[in-house]
Design a protein. Structure first.
Length: 305
């Protein structure tokens, strides 16, 4: 009888212990999940976008309790865009000109403030997606020449090329010759007729100009190769090329769930110049440094983290 009583008492104590541990685990799990959540950042499949995706992730992890799932180097614009719309991504870095022309299918607009206003309003209205503050750099088309050639001829603007164009070879990717915001409109706006035009891939055109087999090239204003090959960008003094300011695009339902996300990402607003982005692209693409390290070093040096 006594043995049965002790066995029953032990069984009862065991049940209480298990229930207590289970309750403690549930409480701790609930507490941990209350400290933050998980958001997913994406990026396109080129160096600059990967760096910016990583930089946004680091800022969020440092300034909030959120964890960031990184889906970087995904693909082109449409891959990231579909991921964002479907909720597979919460945010990624995109460009105002891309939003205007590739997503909204609008014509070219060269006023950067007007472009930002349109994409901000239309994304919100049509897709419930918000453009946050631009990072500061404008990764648009640019016209570049060898640094020594610019210095010898005191070239500052694209208009300064006009007296020399008839003796110069222009080199660009085939796409640039086909785009309405590319060679046809650019050469007409500036009244430039070159001695010869050549179509080459990006890596080949930089080598061609370095070897003096070409004199003028199209570039993107944040290309790391501009540093490697000692090139000078000429000012677009007639404002022909459309703006491509980079900024976070974020799902509105994500911002509603995690409002701290907006202030964290906006801490990058206006902090990154074209020269800054050129240097980071150079370090990753030309020097082989890790994008995460390059992003972390920049954030530390700028006092953002």
């Amino acid at each position: 009888m006594k043995k049965q009583f002790l066995r029953g008492l032990w069984l009862l104590l065991t049940v209480f212990l298990v229930v207590g541990l289970t309750a403690g685990c549930e409480s701790r799990s609930t507490s941990d999940s209350g400290k933050g959540g998980v958001v997913t950042v994406g990026s396109k499949n080129f160096t600059e976008n990967i760096i910016m995706g990583e930089m946004m992730a680091q800022v969020i992890e440092a300034k909030t309790d959120l964890k960031v799932n990184r889906k970087l180097n995904l693909g082109g614009t449409l891959v990231c865009w579909q991921g964002l719309k479907k909720g597979e991504l919460d945010f990624y870095p995109d460009y105002t000109g891309t939003g205007l022309m590739a997503i909204l299918k609008r014509d070219v607009i060269t006023d950067p403030d007007e472009v930002y206003r349109i994409v901000q309003e239309e994304y919100n209205k049509q897709f419930k997606i918000k453009w946050l503050e631009p990072f500061g750099f404008n990764d648009t088309y640019a016209i570049a020449v060898r640094e020594e050639f610019a210095e010898q001829n005191n070239l500052k603007t694209i208009s300064d090329l006009k007296p020399y164009a008839k003796d110069l070879i222009f080199c660009a990717e085939q796409e640039f010759y086909n785009r309405k915001d590319g060679f046809p409109g650019f050469s007409e706006t500036y009244g430039l007729t070159f001695k010869e035009t050549k179509a080459m891939e990006t890596s080949l055109k930089y080598k061609a100009v370095a070897d003096k087999k070409a004199d003028v090239i199209d570039a993107f204003s944040t290309d790391g190769e501009l540093i490697s090959y000692r090139m000078t960008i000429l000012e677009d003094d007639k404002h022909f090329f459309p703006p491509y300011y980079c900024a976070p695009v974020v799902r509105m339902d994500t911002l509603e769930k995690y409002p701290e996300l907006e202030s964290a990402l906006n801490s990058l607003g206006g902090k990154i110049s074209e020269a800054d982005m050129q240097q980071m692209n150079y370090l990753v693409k030309e020097k082989g440094e890790d994008p995460a390290k390059v992003a972390a070093d920049f954030l530390k040096n700028k006092g953002i983290l």
